[in-house]
Design a protein around this ligand. Sequence first.
Ligand code: GLN
Length: 549
Amino acid sequence: MSNSTKYIFVTGGVTSSLGKGIISASLAKLLQSRGYTTTIQKLDPYINIDPGTLNPYEHGECFVTDDGAETDLDLGHYERFLNVPTSIANNVTTGRIYQAVIEKERRGEFLGKTVQVIPHITDEIKDRIQILGKKGDFDIVITEIGGTVGDIESLPYVEAVRQMLWEFESDCLVIHLTLIPYLAAAGELKTKPTQHSVKQLLELGVQPDILCCRTEHALDLTLRKKIAKFCNVSINAVIESRDAETIYDVPILMQDEELDKVVLEKLNLPSKTIPNLDNWKSFLYKLKNPTKEITVGLVGKYVELKDSYKSIAESFIHAGVANQCRVNVKWIHSEKLTKSNIKAELSDLDGILVAPGFGSRGISGKIDAVKFARENNIPFLGICLGMQCAVIEFARNVLNMTDANTTEIDSDCKFPVISMMEEQKNIANLGGTMRLGAYKCKLKPNSNSAIAYNSELISERHRHRYEFNNEYLAQFEEKGMLATGSNPDTGLVEVVEIKNHPWFVGVQFHPEYKSTVENPHPLFVGFVGAAIEFTKSNASAEAIVDSVN
Ligand code: GLN
């Protein structure tokens, strides 16, 4: 059977956290830079329908696509590397697969047959893999299989891969990402775990074509030959994947190992052009050679697990490069911020970002951090709950509405400055009340946000239930907190700014989901730029004080 789209499967062995997402994104980048349209899909073997209801401590950040899917954070890497949006089809979980099959069964679509893992679940998996290919938009679809080969829950996925390899033959290939551990006591790299992992795949009927070997030390030729011989792959298909200084090095490292070349040969695809990675390399050069340095505070309640704010951290890297500046992020636990330590914690910062979130834990620390930024003219970016905290803080401390709150936390508060819209209130299912995905926003000319975007009509992604309560808008504007961005169709406030502050922007949407290497997000670029200015003016103020003394 021939198929115009090529499918690459990426599996993982030996241990989790080997970085399948980054290897997949790096390979996709190399193929894209050779002129192949490429997309990446993640199959997650857990039973949740999507990661939307998962605690970030369990699963890191929930990434949101334009079409409103709540997805795995690896999709963020795919977008940041490829600069191409993903969609709901790019992330599928076991829960969703079973849900679809069970719904079909209820509709009687299986005509009385016994519904089983094989063939019904595996057929559904194969359909989901091919949805992206059948759209006709992509030459190559890379499908990353979550989890580790050998896990019980991964079995139907590996079986689906085996069937696709059989059906599509040379239009498919398998890359197995594995670990070559270094045993310090023996002073040696060890290949046995990799051999076992490949055997496990073979038991399931899948022979990997390429092995990507994560290692802390270089793989010499003897070792490569050994891996090739015992794992049944060609020697040029043993790819060394060394620990990198930054994830953005990985495409270059993979190019040095000729991963893309081997892939194209095995798929019988012409090399087309030599990959042009000039822009990527110039990004890397600037990343490694900053001309200045700032420190911004990220105030959130999940800071122990940095993956919870993955896209924000990456957006700072992109915006730093755009400003030729190293952006150090100080992770500040909002629950630990108190009135007595706030000055010590925040006064060394050049900018303060208050992070998104749900629920009441840590919110008072966030509100205090906003107050500190507002009163000390420190550049401020509030995202989603961070923006809502900015609104609450302004209401309480400037508009003297001491009991102002969001109805998420206090449904009976006297001044519900953040609340739920009427039409949302009757939806019982928690997943159903969210405003998710891309919405348009119109910005006020000459506002800090319009200047940052250099545009007045933007589109950004949302993930929240509560909104700015327009009943209070006039009071806010009168005292200097302006709604500088709003939804042109509904009038919902999407951006607030403070008039007499150098750079204070709160956004109801999530700009971090759209920042990529190629397109650093304008708001982050603007925020970092403002932080640099703030540092400069502080330094010159100190110099004046010094000279006076
Ligand atoms: N909890 C808030 C809401 O639902 C903000 C959500 C967020 O920060 N993503 O509106």
